[in-house]
Design a protein around this ligand. Structure first.
Ligand code: FE2
Length: 264
């Protein structure tokens, strides 16, 4: 089974890059399952039903979220109506949406699980390690192919979860920092791992946002409003191959491609 995971789509530039490139990539890479992190897709913070539909129409099977899940209010009722959009599992009970989903792909059944880190994020979710234990045990009754999107800031927390789940899931893919890391590999137990998949958004930016605005924020220490950047884009993603019978990851490769101004 071939699984393509696209890193955090940031704002309109990110969505346009997805619209232009994802249909081609899906076909070229013969992906059986496409997962896209969409938690920054609407105006840089959160996801709306329209932006979700745009990403699905471009070829995503599942959209994952993160710390910005609740930023766009229209998404809340949509989360319960559309099980293919998942939000971090380890949030307080009773909130809309689900933390994992199973999908029937041409190569067999697969599951996607979304978890949120606890280090250096101004939100206090439940323990992602213990949440993963419980969820993975339940999901494995239905399929051994489990891709985890671990939306977290600290590299150490992401590496720790990768090792903790090694041999129990197909892959642990980090998201949230928007900078792709060069540590993609398959761990000894058969779990694919990368600390961060990177982002899909404006290339000449600071994590997808207008660089002048961000620099001014650092220089003045005042809450300057974030503005999205435009121009050329990057699409950052991870392609992995796994054995659908065992869930074992056979190969994992992170890559980034430049998409010349997708607004043109
Ligand atoms: Fe995030």
């Amino acid at each position: 089974m071939r699984i393509l995971f696209v890193g955090d789509v940031v704002g309109k530039t990110g969505r346009l890059a997805v619209r232009r490139r994802l249909p081609v990539l899906r076909k070229q890479l013969e992906a059986d399952l496409v997962i896209v992190n969409g938690e920054n897709a609407a105006g840089g913070a959160g996801l709306t039903p329209d932006t979700a539909d745009e990403i699905f129409a471009a070829g995503a099977d599942v959209i994952t979220m993160g710390n910005h899940t609740w930023d766009q209010k229209e998404l809340l009722p949509y989360l319960d109506r559309n099980p293919r959009i998942i939000r971090p599992l380890n949030l307080p009970p009773g909130l809309p949406g689900r933390g994992w989903v199973t999908v029937e792909t041409p190569a067999g059944r697969a599951a996607v699980l979304n978890l949120l880190g606890r280090v250096f994020l101004n939100i206090s979710p439940d323990d992602p390690f213990r949440a993963a234990d419980e969820a993975v045990a339940r999901i494995r009754e239905r399929t051994p192919v489990i891709v985890v999107d671990f939306h977290a800031e600290a590299t150490s927390e992401k590496q720790a979860l990768g090792w903790y789940l090694d041999g129990r899931v197909t892959a642990v893919i980090g998201t949230h920092t928007h900078v792709q890391t060069a540590d993609g590999r398959v761990l000894p137990g058969g779990t694919g791992y990368v600390t961060d998949a990177g982002m899909t958004g404006a290339r000449d930016s600071v994590i997808g946002f207008d660089r002048e605005t961000i620099i001014r924020r650092f220089l003045t220490q005042r809450p300057v409003r974030f503005e999205l950047a435009g121009g050329d884009a990057v699409l950052s993603a991870v392609l992995l191959h796994c054995d659908p019978a065992t869930g074992r990851c056979l190969d994992l490769r992170a890559f980034t491609e430049v998409v010349s101004d997708p607004a043109d």
